[in-house]
Design a protein around this ligand. Structure first.
Ligand code: UD1
Length: 338
């Protein structure tokens, strides 16, 4: 009998790539997603890649009775909680929505797990919880001081999980702090499909390359970085997906709380990303310099050693592979999943 894993937000960008990796590792997958920022078609693609079916339910995690019906139909070995909303600007304007979808939804899910005696959980957090207080490279022990509503909503869930383990050490929980996931599955069948004009760098570059957008605005070129543009720790989404499977294996073995950075451990500038992408797609990416974006930090990247020590995981796909895979997805699906 295969072990069955519940993946919340399994149709999203991270969730879908993680489902592919879970299926490849021999798990059965059940997805719950409210499809607020994704489409069921994603899961058909996941099934195509894996050669196996994915069971899914359209469920908002805050809907206790709908969630209870899913738990009543399946016996899960663990939960990967990837569901959430993540647009920084929107979060500043609609904080309540962010606390409802990120915090309240997490509480409902944890409550359902408790009722079914299920205590194995991997939670999608973000490096954005460090904020400005930490020094680069960020270590997991660094102080947390997120400067956005989105970051605070993630930190609050982390706090809940810490308290949970404190009160009941029989929980098995891993908190994964993602740096900047980019790229796509090498099949070109799944990738990032933002609605509207993409706020993040990589999907914006992709849409300039395909001709949907005229140019990239580079937010700031006077940062104290080697070329003046912002530096981030970009990692391939399939490396991240592999990290989830390893974290799941860990929580199946060990109790307590594990908090890990998932990053590649080095930073790349916006200009480096543009050049790597131009090389991968053999096209010119038009860009112009624009003022800094409010809330952006100059440079941050992970100290990724703990994930390597504890899980034996590291990001091994390089920038060229990231850009080649992102371009394959974009060029084969110019309109995303629609
Ligand atoms: C952002 C979020 C972070 C979230 C992550 C992944 C902020 C402050 N942080 O991280 O919480 O986890 O996305 O969803 O928004 N850039 C441009 N032009 C663009 C877009 C981006 O120059 O059109 C630059 C940014 O200034 C930054 C870099 O590219 O230096 C990466 O930006 P982005 O992809 O938005 O990620 P983060 O800001 O690191």
């Amino acid at each position: 009998m295969r072990q069955k894993i519940l993946v919340s937000g399994g149709a999203g960008y991270i969730g879908s790539h993680t489902c592919v990796e879970l299926l490849a590792a021999g798990y059965d997958v059940v997805v719950v997603d409210n499809f607020s920022n994704s489409k069921p078609a994603v899961l058909d693609r996941v099934s195509r890649i894996a050669g196996r079916d994915v069971t899914w339910y359209e469920v908002d995690l805050r809907d206790k009775s709908a969630l209870a019906r899913v738990f009543a139909q399946h016996t899960f070995s663990g939960v990967l909680h990837c569901a959430g909303v993540k647009a920084i600007d929107e979060a500043q304007r609609f904080p309540l929505k962010y606390y409802q979808h990120n915090l309240e939804a997490s509480l409902t899910l944890i409550e359902a797990m408790t009722q079914h005696g299920l205590r194995r959980l991997v939670f999608s957090s973000s490096a954005t919880v460090y904020g400005e207080a930490a020094r680069v490279p960020y270590r997991e022990e660094a102080p947390l001081a997120p400067n956005t509503v989105y970051g605070r909503s993630k930190m609050m869930v982390e706090n809940v999980l810490q308290d949970l383990v404190q009160a009941d050490p029989s929980w098995h929980i891993a908190i994964l702090r993602y740096f900047n996931p980019v790229g796509a599955h090498s099949s070109g069948l799944i990738g990032e499909d933002p609605s509207g004009i993409p706020g993040n760098l990589m999907p914006h570059i992709c849409q300039v390359a395909i001709g949907k957008l005229d140019e990239l605005a580079i937010f700031g070129h006077d940062y104290p970085t080697p070329d003046g543009t912002g530096v981030r720790d970009y990692l391939h989404v399939m490396d991240l997906a592999e990290g989830h499977v390893k974290a799941l294996e860990y929580v199946c073995r060990e109790s307590g709380l594990l908090t890990l950075n998932l990053g590649n451990g080095r930073g790349y500038s916006v200009l480096e990303m543009v050049r790597a992408f131009e090389h991968a797609c053999s096209r010119k990416i038009n860009y112009r310099y624009a003022p800094r974006r409010a809330g952006d930090l100059a440079s941050y990247y992970a100290d990724a050693r703990r994930a390597n020590e504890v899980l034996g995981w590291r990001a091994h796909r390089d920038l060229s592979e990231i850009c080649t895979d992102a371009w394959r997805w974009q060029s084969q699906n110019p309109e995303g999943y629609s």
